[in-house]
Design a protein around this ligand. Structure first.
Ligand code: FAD
Length: 435
C-alpha cells in the first residue's frame, strides 16, 4: 500500500475512488486529486461541470440503480458486482448528506397500459438526493477526505500526461505560467465530459485502441407537468423508449425533471448543449417537466465528427435554438432566460439531423396521442447531445488501458453516463488497488 496514486478529476468517479481507498486504510498522503475547478466552498452555481463532485455537483442528484441505465458497468464487472458497486456509491451520497433521511427511492413496478401502443417504458429504481443538497454533500465529503490527508490541487488543469514515464503535467487555470509536474505509480483518469477533448487528445497521441461508438443526439423537451402527471405518478424519471432495429435507431426520453424543473445549458468542446435539473426546495416550484429526447444512431462512420457537425447546424452563432408551436423559452433557476434563440419552425432540426429529425418529430407526435392534453403546449431546446467519449479498450478487471496497465479510465471518460455508474467505476478501480 505504498503506491503513489494521482487522480485527475475530482468528479463523482475520482472522489468515490479516493473514498474507497482511505475508508480501507490506504494512506491519504499517497493520493493526490487534481481538478481544474474549485473546492466546494468556492465553487459557484454557474460552474456546472467542474470542481468538487464534477458535473455531479450541480446535477439533478438522481442516483439510478439499474445496470441498463447510466452507461456501461456490468460488461466489466458482471451484474451482481455492478449492483454492489452502485450500492456503495449510493451509501456514500447518503453518508455525507446533511439529511440522509430525506434521500428517497422511487421504485415503479408495472408498465401502464396507456403507454403500450406507442412506447415502451423502462422502469428502474432511482434514489433522489436533490440538487439543493449536493453542495453540502460535497463540502462534507471534501472535509472527510482532507481529514484523511488526501491532497487536492484546485484550479489546476492537466494539459499533458506522459504515460511512458508516469508524469502528469498541470498548470494553474488563472496563471497558466504556473506549471507543475507530478509523478504517479497508478493514475486514475476521471475527467468526465468536461475533459472529453483532453481524453481525445491523449487517445490520438498514444494511439489508444477503442470500442466502436454510436451517435447520441436529440433535443430537450419541456412542457407543463400536468400533461405528464399520470405517468410521473408511476415513475418520476420515466424512460419512454422505442427501437427501430432495422434502421439502427432507437429513441428514449432521458433524465426527466419535474416539479421545480429547469432547463440548463451545458458546454462540451465549447458547444452548447441542453440538459435539465430539478430543485427540491419548494420555493423553486414551477410546475414544469423537462426531459431529453435522445436518439441513438448506430453505424455512422466517425460518430464524433458527425455529431459535432450536427450540433453546429442546429445552433445560431454558437447559441442553441428553441422551437415551440405556442410557448416561449423558460427561466433558469436563477431567474434568467435559458440561453437560446427562438426559431419559427423545425428547419434547423432537419438541417442538422437530416432524415433522422423525423424520428424526433414522430416521438413528439405520438406523445401527443398518449398525453392528450399536451397538444401544442410544449417546446424543444436544440440540441441535447451526449458526446460519448471514445471508449478506450480496457482490462475489465481494473479498467486499465490495455497499452498502459497503470492508467485507469473511469466515469464519463470511459463509458459512463451518470452518477452511480461513474462512482461505481471509481470504487471498482480502488478495490483493484486494495487487492
Ligand atoms: C446539468 C446536469 C445534470 C445531471 N444530472 C444527472 C442526474 O441527475 N443523475 C445522473 O446520474 N447523472 C446526471 N448527470 C451526469 C453526471 O453528472 C455525470 O455522468 C457524472 O458526474 C460523471 O462523473 P465523472 O466523475 O466521470 O465526471 P465529472 O463528475 O464530470 O467530473 C470530472 C471532473 O474532472 C475535471 N477535469 C476535466 N478535465 C480536466 C483537466 N484537463 N484537468 C483537471 N481537471 C479536469 C472537471 O473539473 C470535473 O470536476 C448530469 C449532468 C449535468 C451536466
Amino acid at each position: 500500500m505504498d503506491k503513489k496514486i494521482v487522480i485527475v478529476g475530482a468528479g463523482v468517479a475520482g472522489i468515490n475512488a479516493a473514498t474507497k481507498l482511505v475508508d480501507n486504510g490506504y494512506p491519504g498522503e499517497l493520493i493526490t486529486i487534481i481538478d481544474m475547478g474549485k473546492d466546494p466552498y468556492n465553487r459557484l452555481p454557474e460552474e456546472v461541470m467542474t470542481g468538487m463532485l464534477g458535473a455531479g455537483g450541480w446535477s439533478d442528484g438522481k442516483l439510478t440503480y439499474h445496470t441498463a441505465i447510466g452507461g456501461v458497468l456490468s460488461k466489466y464487472t458482471g451484474e451482481e458486482k455492478a449492483m454492489e458497486l452502485m450500492d456503495q456509491v449510493i451509501t456514500n451520497f447518503k453518508r455525507f448528506h446533511p439529511k440522509p433521511e430525506e434521500v428517497q427511492c422511487s421504485n415503479p413496478e408495472s408498465e401502464p397500459e396507456f403507454i403500450k401502443p406507442y412506447f415502451g417504458l423502462r422502469l428502474f429504481p432511482v434514489w433522489h438526493v436533490g440538487t439543493d443538497y449536493l453542495s453540502e454533500i460535497a463540502k462534507n465529503w471534501y472535509d472527510y477526505l482532507v481529514s484523511k490527508n488526501v491532497k487536492f490541487e484546485w484550479g489546476a488543469k492537466v494539459y499533458a500526461i506522459d504515460f511512458k514515464n508516469n508524469i502528469v503535467k498541470f498548470k494553474n487555470q488563472t496563471h497558466p505560467e504556473l506549471q507543475a509536474n507530478i509523478q504517479y505509480d497508478e493514475l486514475i483518469f476521471a475527467v468526465g465530459k468536461s475533459g472529453i477533448d483532453f481524453a481525445q487528445q491523449l487517445a490520438n497521441e498514444y494511439e489508444l485502441p477503442d470500442e466502436p461508438k454510436s451517435v447520441q443526439i436529440g433535443v430537450r423537451f419541456e412542457a407543463p407537468q400536468e400533461h405528464f402527471q399520470k405517468l410521473i405518478d408511476i415513475s418520476y424519471d420515466f424512460k419512454l423508449y422505442r427501437k427501430f432495429d432495422d434502421k439502427g435507431v432507437s429513441l428514449r426520453s432521458f433524465c426527466t425533471n419535474n416539479n421545480a424543473a429547469f432547463v440548463a445549458v451545458e458546454e462540451t468542446y465549447g458547444d452548447v448543449s441542453y440538459n435539465g435539473h430539478a430543485k427540491k426546495d419548494p420555493k423553486y416550484l414551477n410546475g414544469m417537466t423537462n426531459f431529453g429526447i435522445l436518439m441513438e444512431i448506430k453505424g455512422i462512420d466517425n460518430p464524433f465528427e458527425w455529431c459535432r457537425e450536427a450540433v453546429k447546424k442546429v445552433q445560431i452563432d454558437g447559441t442553441g435554438t428553441y422551437y415551440s408551436p405556442s410557448r416561449k423559452p423558460s427561466l433558469t433557476s436563477e431567474g434568467t432566460d435559458v440561453s437560446s434563440i427562438q426559431v419559427e419552425d423545425l428547419m434547423y432540426l432537419y438541417d442538422s439531423l437530416g432524415e433522422y429529425a423525423q424520428y424526433i418529430v414522430d416521438f413528439i407526435e405520438d406523445m401527443k396521442k398518449v398525453f392528450p392534453t399536451l397538444k401544442d403546449d410544449w417546446g424543444i431546446y436544440m440540441p441535447e447531445v451526449k458526446y460519448l467519449s471514445p471508449e478506450p479498450l480496457v482490462n475489465y478487471e481494473d479498467l486499465s488501458l490495455t497499452k498502459y496497465p497503470n492508467v485507469h479510465f473511469v466515469g464519463d471518460a470511459l463509458s459512463a453516463r451518470g452518477i452511480t455508474v461513474s462512482g461505481a467505476h471509481g470504487v471498482y478501480v480502488a478495490e483493484s488497488f486494495l487487492k
